[in-house]
Design a protein around this ligand. Structure first.
Ligand code: NDP
Length: 450
């Protein structure tokens, strides 16, 4: 038995029985339930209301066929998903992921995490996630457009500005959001904020592009300041990935005086002892949609190594995983610690395995878990929704200041919850408990349909 509480063990066993073939989802549920041990003792009313039994089951799961025609005129078929996990505190909100590894387990884990993350932002947003096993790599613009139009033709039936507002995630950036938005508008004859991450010319918010990466650094800076009287300045930093989150994490880390020496993609990593030249990375990734290995052709002194996981063997003070789930295992975490890492903060969702988290905790590493540390993206999506409703646009500085304020508050809410529930400084527990309590109160207040 892995839980002290037999009640929590029972909840977990029933999730395992229902979905034994969903390892990522079970991993995410296990982590949250572990954090809720002290809540079960302190809040029997929430147990009696069946809140925990209910919160682990999505309110609605939609799976659908996405057929589209490639450039050769051949029909292709993918599977689409939208998991509307919880709407207790607001309309469903969460990104869309396009990646060949997408399946029901991955989308359910992401949707489940999103419930707590959105709650932590303090904005009124429920949790959801969606996507498809479509692989955008190597596809032409027209193929991407046709796929997005077909995907939205079905998704449009299930979303709306007061129902469910999707956004981007892996493989879904400004280009894809544009095609998705265009198709929704064609179908509904309605100009409304049904997606976030939109272009600035048609309702997007300033800072949304930068938000997850910037927010990660605002969180990290506050965590280091409050827990160690330290800062990012002068630190050596390794950032995995080279997509949206990674690029803007690197930008803000540099602005704060850190030196980023490595970045990666799913093929391999570059090491640049002089500090990454972000303009070169942006040109390769954002303009040319190329591979990270092209960096070494342009920057003398940098090296490229095939295989993305080797990035964790580079000595650093701060590690920022910003690529994908389970990208740091126990051994890699131990290597980071051996090489002197002091801080790990997660830009990606669930990038550390449970074994890796145990290594951080045993070694007293400052650890900012994804739910808290990467909530800046969805928080700014919430700000985009507000601006769309008001038919108004805030300046870059206004949105950035709100984002910073939200990230600082998320740190303090998680920290205070860890203290109140008996394990001061354990931000995994603190973030899970703080995120859970708001949703749980709302679920209890709204009752159960008889
Ligand atoms: P992007 O598609 O922009 O970039 C993803 C990056 O991660 C790419 O460098 C990609 O490399 C790499 N990557 C993807 N899958 C794998 C894999 N299986 N193994 C190794 N590397 C991989 O996505 P984002 O930057 O938006 O998302 C990155 C992470 O951040 C995800 O976990 C996402 O859920 C999370 N996140 C994103 C938010 C956002 O606002 N965008 C908000 C909160 C969390 P390659 O090009 O080779 O595929």
């Amino acid at each position: 038995m892995s839980f002290k509480s037999s009640y929590l063990q029972g909840v977990y066993d029933s999730v395992c029985k229902r979905d034994p073939d969903q390892p990522e989802f079970l991993q995410a549920v296990h982590e949250v339930l572990e954090s809720l041990e002290p809540v079960v003792e302190k809040r029997p009313d929430l147990v009696a209301a069946g809140v925990i039994d209910r919160i682990v089951e999505p309110e609605r799961m939609i799976a659908f066929r996405v057929s589209w025609v490639d450039d050769a005129g051949k029909v292709q078929v993918n599977r689409g998903y939208r998991i509307q996990f919880n709407s207790a505190i607001g309309p469903y909100k969460g990104g869309l992921r396009l990646h060949p590894s997408v399946n029901l387990s991955v989308i359910k884990f992401l949707g489940f995490e999103q419930v707590f993350k959105n709650s932590l932002t303090s904005l009124p947003m429920g949790g959801a996630k969606g996507g498809s096993d479509f692989d955008p790599k190597g596809k032409s613009d027209m193929e991407i457009m046709r796929f997005c139009q077909s995907f939205m033709t079905e998704l449009a039936k299930h979303i709306g500005p007061d129902t469910d507002v999707p956004a981007g995630d892996i493989g879904v950036g400004a280009r894809e959001i544009g095609y998705l938005f265009g198709q929704y508008k064609r179908l509904h004859n309605e100009y409304t904020g049904i997606l976030t991450g939109k272009g600035l010319t048609y309702g997007g918010s300033l800072v949304r592009t930068q938000a997850t990466g910037y927010g990660l650094l605002y969180f990290t800076e506050e965590m280091m300041r409050c827990m160690k009287n330290d800062s990012v300045k002068g630190k050596t930093i390794v950032v995995s990935g080279s997509g949206n989150v990674a690029i803007y994490a690197v930008e803000k880390a540099m602005e704060l005086g850190g030196k980023v020496v490595a970045m990666s993609d799913s093929n391999g990593y570059v090491y640049d002892p002089n500090g990454i030249n972000l303009d070169v990375v942006k040109e390769i990734k954002e303009v040319k949609r190329g591979r990270i290995k092209e960096y070494v052709e342009q920057v003398p002194g940098a090296t490229y190594t095939e295989g993305c996981r080797g990035i964790w063997s580079i000595p650093c003070d701060i590690a920022l995983p910003c690529a994908t789930q389970n990208e740091i295992n126990g051994e890699e975490a131990a290597l980071l610690v051996k090489n002197g890492v002091k801080v790990v903060a997660e830009g990606a969702n669930m990038p550390s395995t449970p074994e890796a988290i145990a290594v951080y905790q045993q070694n007293k590493i400052l650890y900012g878990p994804a739910k808290a540390a990467n909530a800046g993206g969805v928080a700014t999506s919430g700000l985009e929704m507000s601006q769309n409703s008001m038919r108004y646009a805030w300046t870059f500085e206004e949105v950035d200041a709100k984002l910073k304020n939200i990230m600082v508050n998320i740190f303090h809410n998680a920290y205070n919850a860890s203290k109140e529930y008996g394990d001061e400084g354990n931000l995994v527990m603190g973030a899970n408990v703080a995120g859970f309590l708001k949703v749980a109160e709302a679920m209890k207040a709204q009752g159960v349909a008889y």
